[in-house]
Write a protein that binds this ligand. Structure first.
Ligand code: F6P
Length: 497
């Protein structure tokens, strides 16, 4: 598994200056050939074409998955049910641009949303904060997701009610956490003395359910729509990404879309053998065929990307964490557990297990060539950051022999190295789109529908009778059709003083 003196071409791939090095995957030429042949056999090329053509690849919900239309800056027609969606998409861009040039004097933005309506903009706001030279309006961007009022309390303690704007983001506009938090923030504005007209002027919504947003009391011209053909976890490219334009300007938001569009064009047109998302998907599939893979880690050596693994967790596990395929048959493989956090911090946490634990955990190391701040220390620190990243991958791949068993590193632990030339809006967009397409490619290889999430519903249904039982304050709840004996006992314990 050690890296040869010069990289054989099959290990190094590059698009828009993003390079992927798979040398530490231990995949030889023959294995690559068989992986690509398998990918062809599974119909991956047809799947990619169908996705961009707007076919209903989300078969369970009978919908296309056309988030790529949201970053189609060239506005070539994208047809859904015989109509081009690009004029509607472009109209939302215009509205984002107008809004992003207003909001003067706004000190705080409270963005209320959860899951796909939270991770993308939260990640982007943090990732771009220290890009050298970036325009930054310096608003306090608060992301409110949790129903736990500790988050609400923390935000409300900091925000200035007279100069706060609120964006309620929910594809469905029925998500309990979001609607309850929105009501709490509206109540806070009222308690702080803002009158109904002022409150109405401060509230905005982003949703695919415009009727529900209106019913909530949002002014019609404060509602930015998106559409049911955009999955929640694929939605940062829509007006869900409004905070990016507000904080960093519309041009930066466009750059973010442009990076993603460049990756779309690559994914759509490159042959499988040069296709970055496909190659990344195949490296995981290969390791699944070799080992009993239970987990996968993404380790960005970029502090600004600390939220990236959390965004990826939803993308991968909500998309592909399934045990049946598109045809209802049991799958051989599906998404492993996905985790990660920024390096080098992660080295001082769970890397012990990567090196000497019993699990083989494929890793994507993500590094950035240029320093990510303009501090005077940036060059020296960055060299150390990069050397740590390279050293970890080498140690994991090659291992080390020793007479003391404690000092033995088994090696043969696979990893990819993804290298971005720099971390700016363009490359952030490209990075996220790369992983979206990796996820979709894995879904296609496993024959899983990556665009629904039926498994999240049952718990939401069960929470309702449980909440009712907790609200009753009774401590003699009996097991019934909705609440089993264990949960009844837990409710009774919580309800007893
Ligand atoms: O419960 C899961 C989920 O539906 C995710 O798929 C989604 O990103 C999140 O909840 C939020 O949904 P919404 O945007 O409709 O509020």
């Amino acid at each position: 598994m050690s890296l040869p003196a010069s990289l054989p071409p099959q290990n190094l791939h590059s698009v828009i200056d993003i390079s992927l090095d798979t040398a530490y995957q231990g995949i030889d030429d023959r294995a690559w050939q068989s992986l690509f042949a398998g990918a062809r056999q599974s119909g991956l090329e047809g799947f990619i074409a169908d996705m961009f053509a707007g076919k209903h690849i989300n078969n369970s919900e009978d919908r296309p998955a056309l988030h790529s239309a949201l970053r189609n800056l060239s506005q070539t027609p994208v047809m859904i049910a015989g109509a081009d969606v690009m004029p509607a998409v472009a109209k939302v861009w215009e509205r984002i641009e107008v809004i992003s040039k207003q909001w003067d004097g706004v000190t705080d933005v409270i963005h209320i949303g959860i899951g796909g309506s939270d991770f993308g903009p939260r990640l982007a706001i943090e990732a771009l904060a220290h890009v050298p030279g970036i325009q930054n309006r310096g608003m306090h961007m608060h992301f409110l997701a949790n129903i736990d009022t500790a988050e609400l309390a923390r935000i409300l303690a900091r925000a200035k009610p007279q100069t706060t704007r609120v964006i309620i983001v929910s594809k469905s506009f029925t998500t309990l956490e979001t609607t309850m938090n929105a009501k709490a923030v509206v109540a806070w504005l009222k308690d702080c003395g803002r009158n109904p007209e002022e409150i109405a002027q401060s509230l905005y919504a982003v949703s695919a359910n415009v009727a529900a947003a209106k019913a909530f009391g949002i002014l019609e011209d404060h509602i930015l729509p998106f559409w049911d053909w955009v999955g929640g976890r694929y939605s940062v490219w829509s007006a869900v990404g409004l905070p990016i334009a507000l904080q960093y300007g519309f041009e930066t938001f466009k750059q973010f879309l442009a990076g993603a569009q460049a990756m779309d064009l690559h994914f759509q047109n490159a042959p499988l053998e040069q296709n970055l998302p496909v190659i990344m998907a195949l490296t995981l599939l290969y390791q699944q065929e070799q080992h009993d893979i239970k987990a996968f880690a993404a380790i960005p050596y970029a502090d600004a990307l600390d939220w990236f693994p959390k965004w990826l967790q939803q993308l991968d596990m909500e998309s592909n964490g399934k045990s049946i395929d598109r045809d209802g048959k049991p799958v051989k493989h599906s998404s492993p557990v996905v985790f990660g956090s920024a390096g080098s911090n992660a080295q001082h946490s769970y890397f012990q297990l990567f090196h000497q634990g019993t699990e083989i955990i494929p890793i994507d190391f993500i590094a950035v060539r240029e320093p990510m701040s303009d501090r005077p220390e940036a060059v020296a620190h960055h060299r150390i950051l990069l050397s740590n990243c390279l050293a970890q991958a080498q140690a994991l791949a090659n291992g080390k022999t020793a007479s003391n068993p404690n000092d033995v590193y088994p090696g043969k632990r696979p990893s990819n190295l993804l290298l971005l030339p720099k971390l700016d809006a363009f490359y952030l967009g490209a990075l996220l789109a790369l992983y979206e397409h990796r996820t979709a490619s894995l879904g296609a290889l496993w024959n899983i529908n990556s665009f629904d999430q039926p498994g999240v519903e049952y718990g939401k249904v069960l929470a309702k009778p449980i909440e009712k039982a907790l609200a009753s304050h009774q401590n003699n709840i009996q097991a019934n059709a909705d609440i089993d004996a264990v949960t009844a006992a837990r409710i009774n314990f919580l309800n007893s003083k």
